[in-house]
Design a protein around this ligand. Sequence first.
Ligand code: BES
Ligand code: ZN
Ligand code: ZN
Length: 517
Amino acid sequence: MVDKFLSQRLYTATMKIEIQKSSLKNIKDETLILPFYQKNGKTVLPSQGAPFKKTVEQLSKDESFKADFKEVFFLPYAQGGKHWVFVGLGKKEDIRRNRIREALLKASLKLRDQSVQSITFALSLLDLNQKYSTEALVQLSLESLILPLYQFNKFKKESKKKEEVKSVTIVVEHEEELKEGKKGLSKAKKYIETCNFVRDLVNTPHNEMTAPTLAEIAKTEAEKANIKVTVWGEKELQKEGFGAFLAVNRGSDIPPRFVILDYTPQEKEVPTVCLVGKGITFDTGGISLKPSQNLDEMKMDMAGSATVLGILLLCSKLNLPLRVVGFMCLTNNMPSGKATVPGDIVTAYNGKTIEILNTDAEGRLVLADGLAYADKNYSPDLIIDFATLTGACVVALGNVGSAILGTDQKSIDRLKELNCETGEKIWQLPLWDEYDEDVKGENADLRNIGTDRGAGTAKAAVFLKSFVRDQTPWIHFDIAGSAYVPKPTHRYAPKGATAACVRLVTTFLSQYHEEAK
Ligand code: BES
Ligand code: ZN
Ligand code: ZN
């Protein structure tokens, strides 16, 4: 099963991604993407835009294209058999990195619909060197052009697949831009490849993605990236006292796995960050069975663990100067004659007792043990957890962004700012003291659900907080709405898995050491 998963080539593994120095006149590629700004309601022709002057004037005259933000005009066979794609960026004074991202991803999807196989992007027309580094611009352009093209094709016949874009090239004008741009290209390749790997993991259905399979995949990939891997089974979980985690696995015929991924860089005296991921390979709800509508989507309930694996792989590929330790809490959540029933009381790793009043609130149970274990044994400078934890989060934020809660406000503020660099949206919810009362147990220390339906996302987070020591800075991401989108409305992904938080948190970690100084 593992070999089968890994032997399927990733979409981007076959894509050629390049950067070259050339003047725009000499581009021979099939399709050229040309970004333009607007001034006084008209397309602005920059100095390097001379080869397109006539066409731009014509398109302005007949009002086919006026460079409005996100306007895309496809001109097939514009010159010598080449297609030109005019992309509007709006006014130059309004330009922001997210605007470039949005305009490019729209253009890219339009081109795929036209069955275009090869794309060249005229980066030099952006003329933003004063504002952003070429490295950053190349990275964001490639991500915006390539990430939305992902397809989950593993189980499809060749004829059912959409045409794939086979090559993406960035064109710059100057030698220094080429040098800088190559760094951006190398980073972009790593980010894109890893995001698409995470998407494949999350999209793969439960019959092909159980806890033992996912643990094997994690081990294989992490070892390739020089990450130290430890995999525990039921025996070790029992020995270590993971009572809450095991309660979730109790109804299952498939054994659980706890995977520890340890990335330690060459540098000494670096901070340690622990990442803990919910990895429910399928969430039926257990004895508190979920309704059957859209239940298939619960194959994505391991997205938190896939996110952890993705970030770890990236930290290693990017050689980041900090120690990052990942924990994947893997099991499915099934009803059966052996299953945990509402009212059962279990003891977690840190000795706290939990009254399980709803077996569908299982994510917080596996995380309770994962968090307490990471905190006690690694004394991290920061713990971050990722979980498709609550339906309430989808109600609050839809599928657009992730909820963030935690005790490290400085890091939360930094993560919020990173929206500009990554385009990923997060929204903070409060950890008000008043919620604490609501997760206190009647017959045990804690109960695993609140006493009413209010503030479900915050109350789940407050529950998790009791498994992290007060002195340890901790952040929780609820990715229930952002990790998997039932409609292709998300900005970077078609229907299905998105790899939410992978780029955001890796970018955060890549700057963490600097910030901490
Ligand atoms: N995996 C679900 C949360 C979820 C819902 C993720 C929708 C993605 C989309 C989680 O285990 C769950 O079932 N949570 C319950 C908690 C409740 C019983 C307190 C929920 O949100 O209904
Ligand atoms: Zn559940
Ligand atoms: Zn769940």
